[in-house]
Design a binder for this molecule. Sequence first.
Ligand code: KG4
Ligand code: ZN
Length: 356
Amino acid sequence: MTALHATGATLVLAIETSCDETAASVVAGGREVRSSVVSSQVDLHARFGGVVPEIAGRAHLERIVPVVTEALEQAGIDLPGGNGVDGGGGEGAPAGIRAVAATVGPGLAGALLVGVSFAKSLALCWDVPFVGVNHLEGHLYASLLEEPDLPLPATVLLVSGGHTLLVAMEGPGSYEVLGGTVDDAAGEAFDKVARYLGLGYPGGPGIERAAASGDPAAIALPRPMLAEGLDLSFSGLKTAVVQHVTKHPEVATPDVAASFQQAAVDVLVHKTLRAAERRGARSVCLAGGVAANGPLRAQLGAACRDRGLACFLPSREMCTDNAAMIGAAAWFRLAADGPTPLSAGADASLRFPARR
Ligand code: KG4
Ligand code: ZN
């Protein structure tokens, strides 16, 4: 950490463009969020029922300059020479900026490239290090940003549109994957079931809204792999929903949504608690877009209370994709590994970082 503080500069400008949110943030010392700007493209993709990679890449290109400029302005950072981030250059970094970070994967290749190229260009112009951040590692920092005194070790359930992982976190940079999905991600299952039921995109919020007036016990759905280890499976659950609705077309959509949501939440809560118990975790956290789900938050919170485990549920803004979590992860990555070479590219299928 000494090398990081040697310059006195503690601010990281972080950029996130891995999927359909263009985001930028300024984070001080890996802990304090000075600004966090997120421009969601959800409206652009909704009519296609999912993210269209070409549209995402183009929208990131259009939005990156205004989003980064706003993040710098909100953090009270004056740009050298009064130029925006799209003008001038070569005048050194704005005061306090120690590094420029970007998500390098996993995600959509074209989308990632926009943020990575932009961050590298700024790092080069400002003569500061570039730091490439793994998006999944970034999600883990959401809890640490909002709860710096999180009791460790923690068990983190990371549930997003593309990933479902149970991770043991000893501290910044020290994690181990305990389990994951063997087929669909949890968010993917919400999205696919929502699409089948005509509940729109993204599917999670649509399912949650419809489920609010449904009966979670209306349909007996499977709890896949409940008794088996720490891996999870969602594709059989999705198929069971389709089979039930095909056989019983008269069934009320809110009842289907509520029954599906309850089956998914049961499995997620059960596996998370099993992981926490096995690892002797002192706390449990949620991360990723599905962590915005109300019943998941309520039922995981209640189950942790029953067992005397601390449970931390990040705000909904911090659960979904944002650049503050990338800025926090970058600070610790820079301390541990140093700068990322500018020759390193984006990696659409980057895996979760191995145990250190
Ligand atoms: O982390 P995220 O914003 O983007 C990815 O990295 O994937 O997660 C998006 C996922 C989508 O699948 C979306 O349907 C799901 O999170 N999601 C929810 C809710 N809000 C978003 N799933 C269940 N309930 C919600 N309220
Ligand atoms: Zn994400």
